[in-house]
Design a protein around this ligand. Structure first.
Ligand code: 13P
Ligand code: 13P
Ligand code: MG
Ligand code: MG
Ligand code: MG
Ligand code: MG
Length: 366
């Protein structure tokens, strides 16, 4: 059977700053989705990562379906009203447009969708990140799909020998989707050259070169492109299919042990280590550190299995400790140099005015 996975996430308000949504927000999203269960979509799950709520839906309507998008938009809208009533911080934060016009893309919420023919067993992973931008998934995806140091299947599994195709988006372009397709291993260095700059080049999707099937799809929303100013961090989501002609689940997870420094953290303006956390975790230290959760499922005829929390394991406690150490180490240098993002990212915030005012006070001495 052909099934579509739709993952949509939004920050619609949170408790005590940018920490986590309230239980009543999650209940309101659920109340809004429930009547559509079994008719408009087959199954759904709700979770949060930091202050972002993720809706995962399974259905047969394909990607970019207006009805499915509308259902998610209405659920977030209804919950944003609750957030407003509760006086939560940033109520409706990611709902940047007032009216829904057939597609949730460009309205604020992050979206990752894929349609495929279900395999006999269809394991997949939903990643959700908070306090970072879509480029945060660049390195983990590159390592899982291109690098035999991480993905042993590239050496051991014949149905992966041909490698994978990457669709990479230039998210600085605002006139539409500017996308390039590159294949690994032949164009590995070109792929790396782009992914090096995660604020600009972002992996949109990955495809198997053996079967042509979609392997991964990520949200690429840059909120400052929509709003024209800093209105919160993008906090991306990612769907990845596992096993068979795709990397094994453990190969997809391994790169997260690196806890790479990513853009985000406090005011979306810093660098911080990407800490793998359990589902439904909040953020804390310096509005961070940037976090990523991962829930694993199987889907059968559109019905979701029970979920397995991929980062809820003693191994990742040790990794979280490393992430904390890396966070503290970089935070020691405060605003200085690499601890903050480059000016190109900061120019959507208030520092522009400060620097402009100072510019007039410079004098040229000969
Ligand atoms: P199991 O024997 O536990 O299923 O493991 C198979 C495998 O290949 C793991 O990567
Ligand atoms: P969020 O996008 O998670 O709301 O983060 C905004 C922020 O600026 C935190 O300091
Ligand atoms: Mg927030
Ligand atoms: Mg957030
Ligand atoms: Mg955000
Ligand atoms: Mg097994």
């Amino acid at each position: 059977m052909r099934v579509t996975l739709t993952a949509i996430k939004a920050d619609i308000g949170s408790i005590g700053g940018h920490i986590r949504p309230s239980v009543s927000l999650l209940k309101e999203v659920e109340r809004s989705l429930q009547p559509h269960l079994g008719s408009d979509f087959i199954d759904f799950r709700l979770s949060y990562t930091g202050d972002d709520i993720a809706i995962l839906m399974t259905h047969t309507h394909g990607t970019d379906n207006p009805l499915i998008h509308q259902i998610a938009w209405d659920a977030f809208k209804a919950a944003a009203d609750v957030a407003m009533k509760e006086g939560l911080y940033g109520a409706g934060q990611d709902l940047l447009k007032d009216a829904f016009s057939g597609n949730i893309r460009g309205l604020g919420p992050g979206i990752a969708e894929m349609e495929f023919e279900e395999r006999k067993s269809e394991p997949f992973l939903l990643f959700a990140a908070d306090k970072t931008d879509p480029g945060a998934f660049n390195l983990p995806l590159y390592l899982a799909f291109c690098d035999p140091m991480y993905c042993s299947g590239l050496l051991l599994s014949p149905n992966m020998f041909k490698g994978f195709k990457f669709e990479i988006m230039d998210v600085s372009y605002t006139g539409g989707d500017k996308v390039i397709a590159l294949v690994a291993p032949e164009e590995l260095y070109d792929i790396a050259a782009l992914l090096r700059d995660p604020e600009r080049y972002v992996i949109k999707a990955v495809y198997s070169r053996t079967t042509g099937e979609i392997a991964a799809v990520a949200s690429t929303t840059r909120l400052h492109n929509i709003a024209g100013k800093y209105v919160g961090k993008d906090d991306p989501i990612l769907l990845v299919r596992a096993q068979g002609s795709f990397p094994a689940t453990g190969e997809i997870l391994e790169p997260y042990a690196l806890v790479p420094y990513v853009g985000g953290f406090m005011r979306g303006s810093h660098q911080g280590p990407l800490m793998p956390v359990k589902q439904n975790s909040s953020v804390s230290f310096f509005d961070g550190p940037p976090i990523v959760s991962c829930t694993a499922y199987c889907v059968k005829e559109g019905k979701l299995s029970e979920e397995a929390d991929a980062f809820d394991h003693p191994f990742w406690d040790y990794v979280r400790e490393i992430a904390s150490k890396k966070a503290i180490e970089l935070r020691r240098q405060g605003f200085y140099g690499n601890a903050m993002l480059p000016y190109g990212e900061l120019e959507y915030g208030g520092i522009v005015e400060r620097l402009k005012a100072l510019e007039g006070k410079f004098e040229i001495r000969h």
